[in-house]
Unconditional design. Sequence first.
Length: 348
Amino acid sequence: MQLLEVKDLHTSFFTDAGEVKAVNGVSFNLDRGKVLGIVGESGSGKSVTAYSIMQILAPTGRIVSGSIKLDGQELVGCSEKVMKKVRGNKISIIFQDPMTSLNPTYTIGHQLMEAIILHTNRSRSEAYDQALEMLRLVNVNEPQKRMKQYPFEFSGGMRQRVMIAMALACEPDILMADEPTTALDVTIQAQILELMHSLQEELGMAIIMITHDLGVVAQMCDEVVVMYAGSICEQGTAEEIYYNPCHEYTKGLLRSIPSAGSAGTRLQPISGTPIDLLNMPKGCPFAPRCKSAMRICLNERCPRMQINDAHQASCWINVKKGLEDGSIVLANTGIADERLQEGLLTHE
Ligand SMILES: Nc1ncnc2c1ncn2[C@@H]1O[C@H](COP(=O)(O)OP(=O)(O)OP(=O)(O)O)[C@@H](O)[C@H]1O
Ligand SMILES: [Mg+2]
């Protein structure tokens, strides 16, 4: 059994302007001890996916349909009591901005100990010892002294280490890290990633790493899910996604990564603006920005297709290539012959 199974998850926000379909049919699995990356531009639905799993959505947000199973237990529709146990004991999250999740009026030690006491049966003195241990684990120097300090006395990188310590305090099965390094400069970023990597090996927990940076993913992740406009456009092992991208959006993301030795060369951001979730097009959501879009792309979404054992993508270009080289047989695509023929072969 998979540790976490997310199936056809739909989450929306019901706003005055209408229904914002932030997550639109997302499915993925996470095995024990593995690192899964969720990648995509701002607004693609990464955080909402994580918040849906934790059920900590804004009041206007709701899981509309789908299933989230943790160790076989269905979480969609379960009681708040069950979710309280899940949060903290089984899954914990490091939020995008550490400053908003630390309370400025309490010492770091107090906050760490509270987190430990809340989620375990430990006494105050045991919690103190564990808090010290956690700070050591995340490489905070002079932990005794640091315990007595307030968040403003910590640098950004140090605060992020504390957040990691806090998230680990309850020894979760799954650690979700939502852009844990965006607010930090590059050197500190690398240190934090290195730290998470070694903690993961030491403690054997599974990690969901949320980022807009495919470079981060390549360093850390076993599996990668690429999100665009609330849907998964491509999914596979990190190696497949990195060396054999099969969706035009992923290819664009890869072109926008600075590579070693590329100092001075211009990065290529993906042109065009991200989608308006209130007015989703009927075709591929990326089609309006895709330089290779064909007629069918604007009219119909490509189903998820298997590229190989370790890789799936929803991009019509793969179908076109497959038809051309004979590796795809029309009958297997589930799409009527004429529609495909007439639509696919023309670029807009
Ligand atoms: N409370 C809310 N009310 C209405 N819409 C929301 C709300 N929270 C998120 N959204 C919308 O849902 C979409 C997905 O948001 P989400 O925060 O998951 O993006 P993200 O991929 O995490 O982006 P970022 O990289 O900027 O963190 C966005 O278009 C956002 O505007
Ligand atoms: Mg986010």
